[in-house]
Design a protein around this ligand. Structure first.
Ligand SMILES: [Ca+2]
Ligand SMILES: [Cu+2]
Length: 416
């Protein structure tokens, strides 16, 4: 069966960036250095202009030109401090969950994907940075593991989307022989390929599902504490409902991921490897050919393999992408920013729209995966976004749950 033909079955995940957003050597100039350089440039222009009537307008014109040439210039002050709620956790933490206090924070990534931007290769949909308030909530300390998911399946006999045979109604244009149950699997080419076509390293594999994340030859024996994979959105929702929980909103995920910090590049700070330490499971080596595993893991890692963030949450960046409950629209942050002020507990847009694939219903993914790397997609950067068609699972996509506190639910109802 050709990869092209089976791909008619379920659309690919779109955890990839447009080729025009690719940058080589994105960290050639350290962020702070660049900020300083840009500020100095601005001051130089202002002091260079003699004290004449046209000074102000000339400066504005020059600034506008600068903004076009050097977008970083515009994004240095987007982030305002996080103001976390002071109220303590409402009682004892449910098993495996930690308290995320909620509060007000600056959400998104200050980047626009062109030239000398602050966060190279972050996608354009993550701006503008805007102010959001979320109520406190409980969050699973780790992604849902194979062991946890198995308990759910045993208790409910739930059959995941990847295990169900796709129907002619769902995929009217697919040849009948292609209507086989399966999932999308990362299948690296054995040679270097241009990074402009993700079909070169993703393939639809018959029989791939959560018990066999890479296909029938693979299994999860001995991998009880690995994140469950090949999970479609309805699967994640069904698990959450069974567990008496729900999926996080995108705002909750980002607030939690920032761990109390404000406007940092990564969930742990501004340095990718503080003191040489690996902080997340990402990709090293030539993408997509060879995962060098310098961080200790070629491929997926067990949960809790890397340090937790400030709230005690593991894997909030790297390892696997995680489902959020928001519909995906690239312009949602613009819509919120235009309204102005602080958005309370945003739930995402009313309907999905990905202009690149307008017929697909996509929800937000967050966190980035073990495949993320600075050559192609550095979306372990906190504030950046992913997206995926709701019925599509892959071997780098899972989820975790959250739970509202009773008192918080009441408070939400009272706010505007
Ligand atoms: Ca790795
Ligand atoms: Cu990525």
């Amino acid at each position: 069966m050709s990869a092209d033909a089976v791909l008619l079955l379920r659309p690919l995940q779109d955890n990839t960036l447009r080729p025009q957003q690719l940058r080589t050597n994105p960290h050639s100039m350290d962020r702070r250095t660049r900020e300083l350089a840009n500020k100095r440039l601005a001051h130089a222009f202002i002091s260079f202009c003699p004290n004449l009537k046209w000074q102000r307008s000339a400066t504005l014109v020059i600034a506008a030109v600068l903004l076009q040439q050097f977008p970083a210039f515009s994004s240095t002050d987007d982030f305002v401090d996080t103001v976390a709620n002071k109220t303590p956790a409402p009682g004892k933490a449910p098993s495996g969950m930690v308290w995320v206090p909620g509060g007000e924070f600056s959400m998104g990534a200050s980047t626009n994907g062109h030239g000398m931007d602050e966060m190279p290769m972050a996608s354009n949909d993550a701006g503008p940075v805007h102010r959001v308030r979320v109520d406190g909530f409980w969050m699973d300390a780790t992604p849902v593991t194979n062991e946890q998911f198995e308990k759910f399946v045993k208790a409910t006999s739930y059959v995941t989307i990847a295990e169900r045979t796709p129907t002619k109604e769902e995929f009217p244009t697919a040849p009948a022989e292609n209507l086989v149950a399966g999932g999308i699997v990362f299948a690296p080419p054995d040679h270097e390929v241009p990074l402009n076509n993700h079909y070169q390293w993703w393939t639809y594999v018959k029989g791939a599902n959560w018990r066999h994340p890479l296909g029938p030859q693979s299994d999860v024996k001995g991998k009880e504490n690995y994140p469950v994979l090949q999970i479609a959105y309805p699967d994640a929702e069904a698990y959450a409902k069974w567990a008496g929980k729900r999926l996080p909103t995108e705002a909750e995920f980002e607030f939690a991921a920032r761990g109390g910090l404000s406007g940092k590049i990564y969930v742990w700070g501004d340095e990718f490897r503080p003191g040489g330490k690996w902080m997340a499971n990402t990709w090293q080596g030539k993408f997509p050919v060879k995962d060098a595993g310098e961080d200790g893991y070629a491929g997926i890692a067990p949960v809790k393999s890397f340090p937790p963030n400030g709230y005690g949450l593991y894997d909030m960046a790297g390892n696997i992408w995680e489902w959020c409950s928001d519909w995906y629209r690239p312009d949602y942050y613009e819509m919120l920013a235009e309204k102005g002020g602080v958005t309370n507990n945003p739930q995402g847009p009313d309907s999905p729209l990905d202009p690149a694939e307008p017929n697909e219903k996509k929800r937000v993914h967050r966190g980035g995966s073990f495949l993320c790397n600075e050559q192609y997609c550095s979306r372990y950067i906190v504030g950046t976004r992913g997206k995926g068609e709701v019925n599509t699972g892959t071997n780098h996509l899972g989820f975790r749950c959250v739970k509202s506190a009773e008192s918080n639910q009441k408070r939400t109802a009272q706010t505007d």
